[in-house]
Design a protein around this ligand. Structure first.
Ligand code: SF4
Length: 62
């Protein structure tokens, strides 16, 4: 599944990058998907990061 981070909702807690640094990073104070890892949404750790995002800014889509 494809991962996206909504910059309108993200407030830069960094939780996603802390949990799964291979997939998420923080750019200019906001969460972002590591380049080339946008299709890593089937990783269970990514799903946990989605559930753990305090602002529900991360979404998965087919
Ligand atoms: S966990 Fe959510 S709020 Fe925190 S940096 Fe990642 S996307 Fe943004």
């Amino acid at each position: 599944m494809r991962i996206s981070v909504d910059p309108e909702r993200c407030y830069g807690s960094g939780d996603c990058a802390y949990r799964v640094p291979a997939v998420f990073t923080v750019v200019d104070g906001f969460g972002a998907v590591q380049p080339g890892r946008e299709d890593a949404g089937d990783d269970p750790a990514v799903r946990e990061a989605v559930e753990g995002c305090p602002s529900q800014a991360i979404t998965l889509a087919e």
